[in-house]
Design a protein around this ligand. Structure first.
Ligand code: SAM
Length: 275
C-alpha cells in the first residue's frame, strides 16, 4: 500500500460532508470526502470507464436515457457523454460545493454540464427517484456513483430506494452501483447484491482494479433482462477498458464469492463495516 505525501490544496466543510483536495506526487490531485479518498487524477479513468462501459456495452440495446446519482466529480458524466446515442442525461448530486470544487480543481475529470442533453439537479438522489416514479419517468440506465453508506448516501442504501429504482427503469434497463472495497468493507457488496436481488431477475458483481483504493472496487449491476451485462455486444477500446477486460471483470475471486455466500442479511445498512 502506498503512503501519500500530500499537500493540501482546498478544504471546505459543506452542509453534507468534509471535503479536502490534495496534490500528491504519486497520484496527482486527489479528492477526499469525510476522510475517504474518492478519486485521484492518476487512475480515475479505470473506475469511470468500468462504471460506464460495462453496462453500456453489455446491455442488449444502447441506453438513450441515463440517470446519474452522485458523481460530483463528473467522471461518470464524461464517459456517458462519449456515447452519441444518449439523448437524455439527468445528473442528481446532493452537494453543489463538491461539484464546484471539482469543476475548478479537476477540470479534466469533469464531463460537460453545459451539454444540452444534461439536466443537473442539485438534490437528494432518493427523493429524485421517488418523485420520478410518481411522474412515470423512465431511464434505460441508472448509475449510482455515490459515496459509501455514510452521511448523505445512507438513504441510497435503504431497501425502499431499490424498489423505486426498479420501478423507474425501462424494460431491459440496468442499474449499476459502486459497491465499495470488499477487503475493508466486506458487508457492503453482499448487502447491495441482496437488496437488488429482492427485485431484479439478474444481479451480477464485477471488479475494477483501481490502485488508489488499495483493493479492487466492486460494482453491482442489476438488470431487468435475464441476459445481464457480462458479455460485451460491441467492440470498444478505452484506455483501460476493452472486451477482454469486460468479460474478465465478471470472474470473482474465491474470497469474494465466500463473502457473498456467507453474508448474514439482517436488512440493516452496513454502516459499521466501513473500516
Ligand atoms: N468515486 C467515488 C467513491 O469512491 O466513492 C464516488 C464519487 S462522487 C464524489 C460521490 C458523490 O455522491 C459525492 O459528491 C456526494 O455528495 C454524492 N452523494 C452522496 N449522497 C447522495 C445523495 N443522497 N444524493 C445524491 N448524491 C449523493
Amino acid at each position: 500500500m502506498h503512503c501519500y505525501e500530500a499537500e493540501l490544496l482546498y478544504e471546505e466543510r459543506t452542509p453534507f460532508q468534509h471535503m479536502l483536495l490534495f496534490d500528491t506526487p504519486l497520484f496527482g490531485r486527489c479528492l477526499v470526502l469525510d476522510g475517504i479518498v474518492q478519486l485521484t487524477q492518476k487512475d480515475e479513468f479505470i473506475y469511470h470507464e468500468m462504471f460506464v462501459h460495462c453496462p453500456f456495452l453489455g446491455m442488449d440495446n444502447r441506453p438513450k436515457s441515463v440517470l446519474i446519482i452522485g458523481g460530483a466529480d463528473g467522471g461518470v458524466l464524461r464517459e456517458v457523454q462519449g456515447y452519441e446515442e444518449v439523448e437524455r442525461i439527468v445528473h442528481v448530486e446532493i452537494d453543489e460545493a463538491v461539484l464546484k470544487a471539482c469543476r475548478k480543481y479537476l477540470p479534466e475529470v469533469c464531463g460537460n454540464w453545459d451539454d444540452p442533453r444534461v439536466e443537473l439537479v442539485i438534490g437528494d438522489g432518493a427523493k429524485y427517484v421517488k418523485e420520478a416514479k410518481g411522474r412515470g419517468d423512465r431511464f434505460d440506465c441508472i448509475l449510482l456513483d455515490s459515496t459509501d453508506p455514510i452521511g448523505p448516501a445512507i438513504v441510497l442504501f435503504e431497501p425502499p430506494f431499490h424498489k423505486d429504482l426498479f420501478d423507474i427503469l425501462s424494460p431491459g434497463g440496468v442499474v449499476v452501483r459502486q459497491s465499495g472495497l470488499p477487503l475493508t468493507m466486506p458487508k457492503v457488496m453482499p448487502f447491495v447484491l441482496r437488496r437488488f436481488q429482492d427485485f431484479f431477475p439478474k444481479v451480477e458483481v464485477y471488479r475494477a482494479p483501481v490502485p488508489t483504493y488499495g483493493d479492487e472496487m466492486a460494482f453491482v449491476a442489476a438488470s431487468k433482462s435475464e441476459g445481464g451485462i457480462s458479455q460485451p455486444h460491441m467492440e470498444k477500446r478505452g484506455r483501460f477498458y476493452n472486451p477482454d477486460i469486460h468479460r474478465a471483470a465478471f470472474a470473482l475471486p474465491t474470497w469474494w464469492q465466500e463473502l457473498i455466500d456467507g453474508f448474514e442479511d439482517t436488512g440493516e445498512v452496513p454502516i459499521d463495516s466501513l473500516y
